[in-house]
Design a protein around this ligand. Structure first.
Ligand code: RB5
Length: 145
C-alpha cells in the first residue's frame, strides 16, 4: 500500500512522526509536504494529495494541519476523495468501515503522537464493510452540488 502525505506549516512535526510511523508499518510513503516551516496555505497541499490519489486511486492519503479541519474541507472538493477528520481510534475505524475514506485527516494542535499511533492502528486494521454502506457512499459520489 502506498500513502501520499501532506501538511501545512502547522502540521509539519506531526507529519514527520506520522510518515515514520507509516514506514515502520511497512507502507511506502510519498511526501508532498512543504520543505520548510514557512507559512503556507493548506488548500494547496490538500490539492497535491487529492490529485495524487485521483491518479493513483488504489493508494491512500494522510493530511495534517493545525486542526485537520481545513485539510478535510479542501480535499473533499476533489472528485473521488473521501477525506475523514479523525480524533481517535473510533473515528478512524468508522471512517474506513462505513465511509470508505481514502484520506485520513487529523490536527497537530488537537492530537498527540500517542493518539496518532492509536488512529493509525485502527485505520490500518479496518476495511470498508460494503453492503448498505456502499449505497450511501455511492450517493456521496453521485453528488454534483
Ligand atoms: C494554520 O494556522 C491553520 O489555520 C491550519 O493549519 C488549519 O488548522 C486550518 O484548518
Amino acid at each position: 500500500m502506498r500513502y501520499y502525505i501532506g501538511t501545512d506549516h502547522a502540521g509539519l512535526e506531526l507529519k514527520n512522526y506520522t510518515k515514520s510511523a507509516l514506514e515502520v508499518r511497512g507502507f511506502e510513503v510519498i511526501d508532498l509536504s512543504p520543505a520548510t516551516t514557512e507559512r503556507v496555505d493548506y488548500p494547496d497541499f490538500a490539492g497535491r494529495v487529492a490529485q495524487a490519489l485521483q491518479k493513483d486511486p488504489t493508494a491512500l492519503g494522510v493530511l495534517i494541519c493545525g486542526t485537520g479541519i481545513g485539510m478535510s474541507i479542501a480535499a473533499n472538493k476533489y472528485n473521488g476523495i473521501r477525506a475523514a477528520l479523525t480524533h481517535d481510534a473510533y473515528t478512524a475505524k468508522m471512517a474506513r468501515e462505513h465511509n470508505d475514506a481514502n484520506i485520513l485527516c487529523f490536527g497537530e494542535r488537537v492530537v498527540g503522537k500517542g493518539v496518532v499511533d492509536t488512529i493509525l492502528d485502527a485505520w490500518c486494521a479496518s476495511d470498508f464493510e460494503g453492503g448498505r454502506h456502499t449505497t450511501r457512499v455511492d450517493k456521496i459520489n453521485a453528488i454534483k452540488g
